[in-house]
Design a protein around this ligand. Structure first.
Ligand SMILES: Cc1cc2nc3c(=O)[nH]c(=O)nc-3n(C[C@H](O)[C@H](O)[C@H](O)COP(=O)(O)OP(=O)(O)OC[C@H]3O[C@@H](n4cnc5c(N)ncnc54)[C@H](O)[C@@H]3O)c2cc1C
Length: 132
């Protein structure tokens, strides 16, 4: 019997934890991320992308690392208690690598939410940019 496929929308921190939870439950996650990288809001870029929220360059997270860390993957001791946004992103990358989550993400893809009926359990995607 094949595993049930689950569409996860977005490769931000919510998407990463959702992928991991799916795997723990024996489900088959397919994550659609419209950009070409993980991190969502925490991936700062000098040039903002249309439709993607972003922090600004100097943002330091307002949640302490003891409060915000994943319970199954602690923030390294040498990271400060309140991390710069680049360290938050680095932590998310470490988490994704530790649990081998990247292979479940389809970058530059958005789910087709119009699907209904018998095809509803078969995630598909449309390229978010022509030619991709
Ligand atoms: C200015 C600002 C400051 C913040 N500061 C803090 C803070 O200090 N501490 C704190 O704990 N929280 C803070 N937050 C809250 C923040 O929202 C969370 O920390 C966290 O980033 C939410 O993760 P997420 O994965 O839900 O969303 P996001 O990080 O926004 O990621 C969403 C991802 O989904 C992708 N996506 C969206 N729609 C689609 C689609 N249709 N198809 C495919 N991909 C899609 C996007 O490209 C993106 O990669 C802040 C938020 C803002 C806006």
């Amino acid at each position: 019997m094949t595993n049930k496929r689950i569409a996860v929308i977005g490769g931000g921190v919510s998407g990463l934890t959702s992928i991991k939870c799916c795997l723990e439950e024996g489900l088959e996650p397919v994550c659609f991320e419209r950009t070409d990288d993980i991190g969502g809001l925490w991936r700062f870029q000098d040039n903002p992308e249309e439709g993607r929220a972003s922090i600004y360059k100097s943002v330091v997270i307002n949640t302490s690392k003891e409060m915000m860390c994943f319970s199954d993957y602690l923030i390294p001791d040498h990271f400060p208690n309140y991390m710069h946004n680049s360290q938050v992103l680095e932590y998310f990358r470490m988490y994704a690598k530790e649990f081998d989550l990247l292979k479940y993400i389809r970058f530059k893809r958005e789910p087709n939410l119009e699907i209904s009926g018998p095809q509803a359990d078969a995630p598909t995607a449309e390229p978010s940019q022509p030619g991709l």
